[in-house]
Ligand binder design. Structure first.
Ligand code: SAM
Length: 242
């Protein structure tokens, strides 16, 4: 999968060199390219923002550098004229979920546009859709406001990247995780079986795989009911009832 990220803080994306995502890049499973939006400005101060029409606080990202940056991304190593899906992080977007991560993991090419200040001039979205023919999705990390899109991109690239075949060695470990089927994961334990006066639940030491599966399922339901009852309503029927 190819991933392009356009930002005014390329160094913010340095963690994508680390751990499993960094290894996937080394192995050629992920081709991550980070671009500095300021490289597409033409004034001495490399200006990317200006005051908002209609007044109000803050600054707005200018359309021209974004248009040139997108042209550059589309032209780079792309003789067949393929088009990325453009993801613009924003608190006003659709929520980023495991289901969306799975959907995005199917895409051969994702481009991310990191907003700063009050965000990006609305005409950039129209230009990307109507003139460049891109599918554009505004995606929110959650119902809170960050200073910029970079942290959201780190989270999204990690969540999507780990679903790309080959990135996680043991694909089975992906299946049982929280949010894969609407429930949270069961409690997990490792050695020693007795630690600090606390015991691992005996069923996990029983060797009875059926009993372990039943216990884990009951724990998933209880934990989801306690921490995220909204998920139980959304996944009505996950526990075998209808
Ligand atoms: N004025 C915008 C609004 O009220 O919707 C908020 C702008 S925010 C200060 C600056 C940038 O941070 C946004 O353009 C976006 O890229 C990013 N951002 C902030 N909160 C986010 C969130 N919850 N999810 C994804 N990106 C976010």
């Amino acid at each position: 999968m190819r991933v392009d990220v356009v930002t005014i803080f390329p160094e913010y994306l340095a963690p994508l060199d680390l751990s499993l995502i960094g290894k996937a890049r080394e192995d050629g499973l992920l081709d991550v390219r980070v671009h500095d939006l300021r490289d597409f400005t033409h004034d001495r101060h490399r200006t990317v923002d200006d005051t908002p029409y209609g007044g109000g606080a803050g600054m707005v990202m200018k359309p021209q550098p974004w248009a040139e940056a997108l042209d550059h991304v589309l032209a780079q190593d792309n003789p067949s004229g393929a088009k990325p899906r453009l993801i613009v992080p924003g608190p006003g977007g659709q929520p980023f979920t495991q289901a969306l991560a799975r959907e995005l993991a199917q895409e051969p090419w994702l481009a991310f546009a990191c907003g700063r200040y009050e965000g990006i001039d609305e005409r950039v979205y129209d230009h990307a859709r109507e003139d460049l023919g891109l599918e554009v999705s505004v995606v929110s990390l959650g119902d809170y406001v960050l200073n910029g899109g970079e942290v959201a991109v780190l989270a999204m690239v990690e969540a999507v990247g780990r679903l790309v075949p080959g990135v996680i060695g043991n694909a089975e470990s992906l299946v049982e995780e929280s949010h894969e089927d609407g429930l949270l994961e069961y409690p997990i334990y490792t050695k020693p079986s007795s630690w600090n006066g606390r015991e691992v639940p005996p069923v996990l030491l029983s060797g009875n795989h059926g009993a372990i599966a039943d216990w884990r399922h009951a724990q998933r339901l209880a934990r989801t009911a306690a921490r995220r009852p909204d998920l139980l309503h959304a996944s009505h029927g996950t526990d075998g009832s209808d």
